[in-house]
Design a protein. Structure first.
Lengths: 193, 301
């Protein structure tokens, strides 16, 4: 069972793809299909950031290192969905018309911060391999702490683009804050030892 | 051309056929009768002309009293009670009045009015409303010389409207117009759409609709109309004055901090349909631009 857990998590992580494929095939995207696709992948990107951030606290709470082996895969799925999210915005919505896009990135803070979060994900994805961990040594950990900033940027991106914080953006914010607070606790208790 | 199956004959189809009939007649009697509706006089891209489906109009709504997601209003408003319903017209008037919905439907004949709706979020619909000019209703009272603005108050009923149990907006929903805007013939009191009674999720039993302004200006489920001296602070202005101005005229040249207003997406179009350019005053500039002559619309957004 444990041997296949990674494969299982991989196929489960493709859930957003199954859902959107079903909706495209059976014409269930609703009145604003482009918006639906963009939002779908945006939301799932956030969910995957939070899932990625949950693995370390879960390790502490359950006292099992099992969780850590999913962390890289979940992180890569975050990058994967973030890229689809951005591509559907750039390609589907704006049809690669870069003038209004650049205007958006510079003028609209939610797009600026969302785009920044995606850019910050790139070094994490590039340095995700085992080889890179060995190669970068201590620096690897430092680089990958960027995920905290990415998480904050991602949730801010959602809050700023929403007309009100109720309720989904608020829920994401609360979970993110809990996950980040858990880390402060973890490092504190670790430093005591 | 849209083809219809026999099984699909609904009022919606009749409307669409009627519209193509009006077009083919050209300067026929019906066109003349409807010449007060500017939408029909404009030759625009065909997608812009096409009526949005009844289903999309009634299941894709922003109506935070019933929830913040687009599908919430349809889902949460079906048991909403709209009878009895009274509308008070008060404030800076000589004699305030209170009218029941029955009295209003007896007093005013609702006619078909096809207008574009442009949401501040960057999407648009074409809706065959049923209604009459607000000026007719307002003429039932005599405003005092202090009256400069008209304020609209929507119903407050958290027992029936679950969105109002949370501080999403400053309840009850509040909107306002300058008196000359309120008296403009395009400013409509809406009582129905697609020839049917107005569905709850679209603002039953009575709402207003201002075609040249972003959708949120058109308050739903109105219980009070108040003449006032000072510019009212609408619920959205109260929530974020930087983002939502009092005028909120559709203006492709003034960007909302979060949405570009230069283009819009037409509801009901497929995944591959491109955005279309947004028109100044939502295409009703010929009728309403004079209301704002000499005003800096970038400042008075």
């Amino acid at each position: 069972m444990r041997r296949y857990s990674k494969t299982l998590v991989f196929f489960l992580s493709l859930w957003p793809i199954y859902v959107i494929s079903y909706q495209i095939i059976f014409n269930q995207l609703g009145p604003e299909p482009v918006d639906r696709i963009i939002n779908h992948f945006g939301e799932w990107t956030l969910i995957f950031i939070l899932l990625t951030l949950s693995m370390t606290p879960l390790k502490q709470i359950t006292k099992s290192v099992e969780w850590i082996k999913f962390r890289r895969m979940l992180g890569l799925f975050t990058f994967f969905y973030a890229s689809i999210h951005m591509l559907s915005y750039v390609g589907l919505d704006y049809r690669f018309d870069f003038e209004p896009l650049i205007n958006d990135v510079l003028k609209k803070k939610f797009i600026f911060i969302g785009f920044s979060a995606w850019l910050l994900l790139i070094p994490l994805a590039v340095t995700s391999s085992e080889r890179m961990v060995i190669l970068l040594k201590q620096n690897w950990k430092k680089i990958h702490r960027l995920i905290y900033i990415i998480g904050i940027f991602g949730v801010l991106h959602y809050i700023w683009l929403s007309k009100t914080i109720f309720f989904k953006p608020l829920i994401f914010l609360i979970i993110l804050v809990i996950l980040l607070l858990l880390r402060i606790k973890i490092t504190r208790s670790a430093s005591k030892i | 051309m849209i083809k219809f199956k026999n099984s699909e004959i609904t009022p919606e189809n009749i409307y669409k056929k009627r519209r193509s009939f009006i077009k083919s007649v050209g300067l026929g009697a019906s066109t003349l009768a409807m010449s007060s509706i500017p939408f029909l006089n404009k030759s625009l891209a065909s997608e812009r002309d096409k009526l949005t489906s009844y289903k999309d109009i009634t299941t894709y709504n922003n109506y935070y009293e019933f929830g913040t997601s687009k599908s919430d209003p349809y889902r949460n408003s079906q048991i909403f009670k709209t009878t009895p319903w009274d509308i008070a017209i008060e404030g800076e008037v000589e004699k305030p009045i209170k009218l029941s919905m029955e009295e209003i439907s007896e007093m005013f004949i609702s006619e078909e009015r096809i207008y574009r709706l442009r949401c501040v979020e960057g999407w648009s619909m074409v809706i065959p409303w049923m209604g009459f000019s607000l000026s007719k209703l307002l003429s039932k009272v005599n405003p005092t010389n202090k009256a400069k603005f008209v304020e609209f108050e929507s119903v407050y009923d958290p027992a029936q409207m679950k969105g109002q149990r949370y501080p999403v907006l400053n309840w009850p929903y509040n909107e306002g117009l300058r008196i000359d805007e309120a008296m403009h013939p395009l400013t409509t009191v809406v009582t129905g759409l697609y020839g049917k009674k107005l569905p709850n999720q679209n603002g039953a039993p009575l709402r207003i609709f201002i075609p040249w302004k972003y959708g949120f200006k058109s308050a739903k489920a109105i219980v009070k109309i108040k003449f006032v001296e000072n510019m009212p602070t609408s619920s959205w202005m109260w929530a974020s004055p930087r983002e939502y101005g009092f005028y909120s005229n559709v203006n492709p040249n003034v960007d909302h901090p979060r949405w570009s207003q230069a283009t819009e997406r037409i509801i009901g179009e497929g995944v591959w349909a491109p955005r279309v350019k947004t028109l100044m005053f939502n295409g009703y500039g010929d009728e309403v631009a004079s209301l704002y002559s000499g005003m800096d619309l970038k400042k008075n957004f």
